[in-house]
Design a protein around this ligand. Sequence first.
Ligand code: SAM
Length: 235
Amino acid sequence: MDEIIRDGLAALGVAASEEQVRTMAGYGQMLLRANETTNLTAIRDPAAAARLHFLDSAALLTVADFSGNRAVADVGSGAGFPGVPLRILCPDIKLTCLDSVGKKMDFVRESCAALGLEDVQCIWGRAEEQPQLRERFNIVTSRAVAELHLLAELCLPLVKVGGLFLAMKNPDCGEEAARGDFAVRTLGGRIREIRRYEVPGADVTHAVVVVEKIKPTPEQYPRRWAQIKKKPLVG
Ligand code: SAM
């Protein structure tokens, strides 16, 4: 894994020390080992994990500026993606991982502690049920959690005005972004752009919908998940 991660980061133009590369590979090995007994990821091949988990996550550093002690939340983080690779590459970010499945947050907490990433906060819970986190983060990330018109209500309330919500998507997400635009605007955001990037060595293009938070989210949001699904914010 080390070599694929090192070369891939160089191809992305993301600077990393040898120690950071080793820490990412170490996290990847823990993930694949834990995955033998606990269902954490569908990716079982080390080379694929290096590319589709670590390099894909690191690609966010080419989209937004994570430097300067930023508070970052990763919503629906699962086994820690994209949050943990971002924290390894940017040690000064204050990372909060959030997931509704406890065993995934246990894995992230224990693996981060084992690698000396002790300040990573892991919250077992639903993103829409965290009033104490409202408008606390400079950047909120999310990969493979829900369609944008639903996901926006989980993520945008957590972003500070002036901050960013980065939704990692497939490259053909134009229609999804158009459908999500009403929810984004209702919740205080504005879609700035869709950025596409190649994942080095994986022969795939992925995309990030970059949303700016331009005003506070109205008090009535987020609603309960059942309501979000039943009455999605679509124009
Ligand atoms: N982001 C990780 C990745 O890309 O590898 C995990 C993706 S996994 C397909 C989706 C994750 O979102 C699951 O771990 C699930 O428990 C979590 N999730 C779904 N809805 C959520 C919610 N409302 N709040 C917190 N986590 C949620």
